[in-house]
Design a protein around this ligand. Structure first.
Ligand SMILES: C[S@@+](CC[C@H](N)C(=O)[O-])C[C@H]1O[C@@H](n2cnc3c(N)ncnc32)[C@H](O)[C@@H]1O
Length: 235
């Protein structure tokens, strides 16, 4: 039954004593609880990997950011300290509320001028051709529709804009790739949607980007997320 004057909205049955906004299926409540835990353990679980080389990869990549810069899936803000000071603007998009709270705290602590926004990579609240640099570090493995996200990135980028990325990817080694396939489901549940077997570099290329990227290794991390690609993509 439609509510008059509110096209498309469906009226829900209401029972006395029941508030519809507090009732949610157990699986949804569990997934929200895990999202909070995941956000809390995210940085501690990456700590060794950051020290073993990831911090250097982030630094080398992000010093290439310029102009109006948009980072998608910013997480807890591990990239924040690596951006050049002379950007025209820095927007940090993060759809997960638990991650976003930590990100806001990281921005406050850093005293850097950056705008934190609630947005997913598939729907970016930016005009066409309005961004010089988009940054994605370990995000295209997690988004549900990476092709949609990549087209959206292409839409907001200026014609001479760049996508800077670090992503873990499907291994070139058939043995490791088979293990990535076997572990894909449990890993996806554990790591909040991350697909350890996704061929992200091929996806970026298939969406019309030209690549300037190199392989690397995520040292001190589990083998199924160790193969990396680091680089730049342009349309
Ligand atoms: C593995 S974390 C990476 C965080 C950060 N970029 C880093 O390098 O540490 C993946 C992030 O992507 C975010 N994310 C998940 N789905 C997304 C989507 N559809 N669009 C944008 N970000 C998303 C998650 O909330 C999470 O913060």
């Amino acid at each position: 039954m439609s509510v008059p004057g509110d096209a498309g909205r469906v009226a829900r049955p209401y029972r006395r004593g029941m508030t519809t906004d507090t009732v949610q299926p157990q699986s949804v409540a569990d997934s929200h609880a895990w999202a909070r835990v995941f956000a809390a353990v995210y940085e501690p679980s990456l700590w060794i990997g950051e020290r073993a080389g990831m911090r250097r990869h982030r630094h080398d990549l992000l010093t290439q950011a310029r102009g109006q810069t948009l980072e998608i899936g910013s997480g807890t803000g591990l990239n924040l300290i690596h951006y050049p000071d002379d950007l025209d603007g820095l927007a940090l998009a993060e759809p997960d509320p638990s991650m976003r709270r930590r990100l806001e705290n990281a921005v406050r602590r850093s005293e850097r001028r950056a705008q934190v926004i609630d947005a997913s990579a598939e729907q970016l609240p930016f005009d066409d051709a309005s961004v010089d640099t988009v940054v994605s570090t370990f995000v295209l493995c997690t988004v549900d529709a990476p092709d949609v996200a990549l087209r959206e990135i292409g839409r907001v980028l200026r014609p001479d804009g760049q996508l800077l990325f670090i992503e873990h990817v499907r291994s070139d080694s058939p043995t490791l790739a088979r293990w990535q396939d076997r572990l894909a489901k449990p890993w996806q549940r554990f790591a909040e949607g991350c697909r350890c077997n996704r061929a992200t570099l091929e996806l970026i290329e298939a969406c019309g980007f030209r690549l300037d990227a190199h392989p690397a290794a995520w040292r001190a991390m589990p083998p199924m997320i160790r193969p990396l690609v680091v680089g730049r993509a342009r349309l």
